[in-house]
Design a protein around this ligand. Structure first.
Ligand code: F6P
Length: 417
């Protein structure tokens, strides 16, 4: 069995007919892998075509009997593949080739090219034959494409169906003899694996088999102001200040206003300040160790000024590289992200709204994932106390609404170092 060596660069090759959700899957996967610390980039053939040719190719362009169209499409596919190779050679870890790649010959050519570079290749086939899903996909994502600018929507849908038919005529599903692949059928109703071996490929399978395409909100908030917040100390397990307790009440009202009778999950850390913030909600609470605040090790229970005086080298090292810096006997932001992986998988899997009552560093890490921010920004994302951040993931991107609730915290926030 071909296995992926530790550190080996990977090419994930999307396979499937148009409008099956390949681009959605590719982007979500890229966001997840980048967040885990594997530099990942999607190379999308459709975008390249629109850039090079200005879009507006109607179905005839994709007809396999159109010699000219075929020649141009092949040249573009080759060009994108070469860009992918250059990027992966230079600095990437995982490249996702997002195109139909619907014939065996095409996939074989991609594999050969990538393997001469020493990259591991894995196919990800997205299959879905439910006409309602395909139709919704065409209407939601394709009609707004520059291909159909100024075209009557019904004419555009008819044209896109014909485009699909051109591909369907020559479509060959990935076969076992083609090596490592993952096939996702009907949005995860069935997941088929062949020759998946190694840590990263297994993480990819795990993520994709839990990925749901649902639009529901995730509410992120820090606990109400704690006694330690008032004193400007980090870490610890203190209770809420009077202001913090009032925030807990406000939060409960806010959730009732936002969701009414809609059921939602409440997740907290194991620390008192988050559990006490959840109490007025009067709902069952799931406590997650993974949601505990960044472990400050020897610095726990001190103020930033005290840390700077007692351990100036540590303080400076954290200023220089806040993402990678690990407190002695504690954690770094990168460590926090690794332990939040489980939380992300669960959030991707749930179909109901979830209220996460966490802490500054933990909320930063979750926010970075949903908003697809570069990791370097993670330790600096503003997550003020007494603010609810409502995140609504969409097919491409995530909507955000911030609501600052009274009362404002007593002690203006400790500065973020
Ligand atoms: O100050 C509150 C707090 O949650 C501390 O417990 C934690 O160490 C800190 O925020 C994390 O923020 P930063 O990474 O900016 O120090």
């Amino acid at each position: 069995m071909a296995s992926v060596r530790k550190g080996q660069k990977m090419v994930l090759v999307m396979v499937g007919l148009p409008a099956r959700g390949k681009s959605f899957t590719a982007r979500r996967l890229a966001r997840y892998l980048s967040w885990l610390g594997y530099p990942t980039r999607v190379f999308n053939l459709g975008e390249q075509r629109r850039t090079e040719l200005g879009g507006r190719q109607t179905h005839e362009f994709f007809d396999p009997s159109n010699e000219e169209g075929r020649r141009i499409r092949q040249a573009l596919a080759q060009q994108v593949l070469e860009e992918l190779v250059l990027w992966l050679r230079a600095n990437g870890r995982v490249a996702i080739y997002d195109a139909t790649n619907h014939t065996r010959a095409r996939r074989q050519a991609i594999r050969e090219r990538c393997e001469t570079e020493g990259f591991a290749v894995q196919f990800i086939e997205v299959e879905n034959d439910d006409p309602r899903v395909i139709d919704a996909n065409v209407r939601e994502t394709k009609l707004s494409s520059p291909d159909y600018a100024d075209m009557d929507p019904e004419a555009a849908v008819r044209d896109f169906r014909l485009r699909i038919a051109h591909y369907a005529a020559g479509y060959e599903k990935v076969a076992d003899a083609e090596g490592s692949y993952l096939r996702i059928v009907d949005r995860g109703r069935q997941v088929v694996m062949n020759q998946i071996d190694g840590y990263l490929p297994s993480r990819i399978v795990f993520f994709l088999s839990n990925l749901q395409i649902t639009t529901r909100s995730i509410f992120l908030t820090r606990h109400g102001e704690s006694e330690y917040n008032v004193e400007g100390l980090i870490g610890g397990d203190s209770g809420l200040s009077p202001q913090g307790r009032r925030y807990a009440q406000e939060l409960s009202h806010h959730m009732r206003e936002r969701l009414g009778e809609t059921p939602f999950e409440v997740w907290t850390s194991t620390l008192r300040r988050t559990r006490d913030t959840a109490a007025p909600l009067g709902r069952p609470v799931a406590e997650w160790r993974s949601l505990d605040e960044i472990e400050a090790g020897i610095c726990d229970g001190f103020s930033y000024a005290q840390i700077r005086d007692k351990w100036p080298h540590e303080f400076d090292a954290r200023q220089r590289d806040k993402l990678g810096y690990r407190y002695p006997r504690g954690e770094s932001y990168q460590d926090v992200i690794q332990r939040l992986d489980r939380v992300i998988i669960e959030l991707e899997r749930y179909r109901t709204p979830v209220l996460v009552i966490g802490h500054q560093a933990v909320c930063r890490a979750l926010y970075t994932y949903f908003m697809d921010l570069p990791l370097t920004e993670c330790p600096h994302v503003p997550i003020p106390l007494h603010t609810v951040i409502e995140l609504t993931p969409r097919a491409y991107g995530c909507e955000e609404t911030r609501t600052a609730l009274e009362p404002r915290p007593t002690n203006a926030e400790a500065p973020s170092h």
